[in-house]
Design a protein around this ligand. Structure first.
Ligand code: PEP
Ligand code: MG
Length: 407
């Protein structure tokens, strides 16, 4: 593979914040890739390089300068070879010199080039690269947004409707359930506030964001939807880093909980509602509390996100502590496709589930859908259905279903 042109530009994500889009050219092939951006980030994530004013000037200069010089300088035999060279060129543990956003944009575009050169769909190239059996992931749809993504109108960050099975059928169920939830929320808001203004606020990830004082109310609403559709269940991302208080515990809707009390709260919720998984139930520093909950959660999957940040060292430590049973995989937490694939391989080696995820600031790039299908992930988190950039990920999975039937 000879790459002849490397360029980058600043685009805006769904929060209208700058992010980077990369374009690579090789012969007749032209590919693009853009990089999402998180808000509730773990402290061990790779560094997203931003200028003082929030812009992408330096990241773009790095792509078009040092990175372009390297990758146009010779022929390459694989995407892995280029990723290895990019990681070495940066030379830091957290990609802080060139920026994880700059490197990942190039890395995703490189993966696209190699797939196109081989004449295979992107998901298939990813499956072959990592030795995975490609398969449809469960859809984890963030129906109600809270936490940092919605000014804490709800205490937990994500109230998720999980749908398994064939993607086209799962997506149809999700569309129906999301519309139904909207109707129900309108009538609940109307009776709660006795108002004609029944506009439901939306959160960052295209989910509804009503405000309830009762902690269990969102679960009652989701459980009613689950009761209507077999093969569905509930998940949450507590994103508990953001719930910490300064007395060593957590605060939810004005009430303080010690870590043990919060664990008891989760145990009660699991007993009462049809739960599938809980992500980041405690802060990223509380590996021991994760392990206690995992030990008593039974079939309910405990997922590390801010805890593990798609980082091999963090996943290894979590494995030793038996802290979790699933790892959230976000390519931009680690900064290259190669390392994201390795994180999935490590997750599988631990006997755990891999759940691939978008970020709360998204673009129209649907790479994560191909990635989730290619690695045969347990699930994909791509937000609610109230935002185009979220729907596009699920819709790409429906396209992949058709491609997989044809190839
Ligand atoms: C998450 O916490 O799982 C998430 C998608 O949010 P963010 O991108 O803000 O980290
Ligand atoms: Mg999370």
């Amino acid at each position: 593979m000879k790459i002849t042109s490397v360029s980058a530009m600043q685009v805006l994500d769904t929060r209208e914040k700058p992010t980077v889009e990369v374009t690579l050219i090789s012969g007749e092939m032209v590919v693009h890739a853009s990089v999402p951006s998180g808000k509730s980030t773990g402290s061990h994530e790779a560094l997203e390089l931003r200028d003082a004013d929030g812009g992408m000037g330096t990241a773009i200069a790095n792509v078009e300068g040092e990175i372009a010089s390297l990758i146009t300088s010779r022929e390459w035999s694989s995407a892995d070879e280029i990723d290895t060279a990019l990681i070495a060129l940066d030379g830091t543990r957290d990609k802080s010199r060139l920026g994880a956003n700059a490197i990942l944009g190039v890395s995703i575009a490189v993966q696209r080039l190699f797939a196109e050169a081989a004449g295979v769909p992107l998901w298939k190239a990813i499956a072959e690269r990592g030795g995975f059996s490609a398969a449809a992931p469960r859809l984890y749809l963030n129906f109600m947004n809270g936490g940092e993504h919605a000014d804490f109108r709800l205490p937990f960050q994500e109230y998720i409707f999980v749908v398994g099975g064939k993607t086209s059928e799962a997506y149809a169920i999700a569309q129906d359930a999301f519309a139904k939830l909207g109707t129900v929320l309108k009538s609940v808001l109307k009776s709660n506030f006795n108002t004609f203004n029944t506009e439901i606020p939306m959160g960052d990830e295209g989910g509804y964001s009503p405000k309830f004082e009762e902690l269990e109310k969102p679960f009652e609403l989701l459980a009613a939807l689950v009761a209507e559709h077999s093969g569905t269940s509930i998940a949450i991302d507590a994103a508990a880093n953001a719930l910490r208080n300064d007395i060593g515990g957590y605060t939810l809707i004005g009430k303080d909980y010690t870590p043990d009390e919060l664990r008891a709260l989760y145990a009660g919720l699991i007993k009462k509602f049809p739960f599938h998984s809980i992500e980041d139930p405690f802060a990223e520093t509380s590996m021991g509390d994760f392990a206690k909950l995992t030990a008593e959660a039974g079939e309910v999957i405990i997922v590390g996100d801010d805890l593990t940040v798609t980082n091999p060292e963090r996943i290894k430590t979590a494995r030793e502590a038996k802290a979790i049973t699933a790892v959230l995989i976000k390519p931009n937490q680690i900064g290259s496709v190669k390392e994201a694939i390795e994180a999935v391989q490590m997750t599988r080696a631990a006997g755990w589930a891999a759940i691939c995820s978008h970020r709360s600031g998204e673009t129209d790039d649907t790479f994560i859908a191909d990635f989730a299908y290619g690695v045969g992930a347990h699930g994909i988190k791509a937000g609610g259905l109230g935002q185009k950039e979220r729907r596009e990920k699920y819709e790409r999975l429906v396209e992949i279903e058709k491609e997989a039937e044809a190839v």
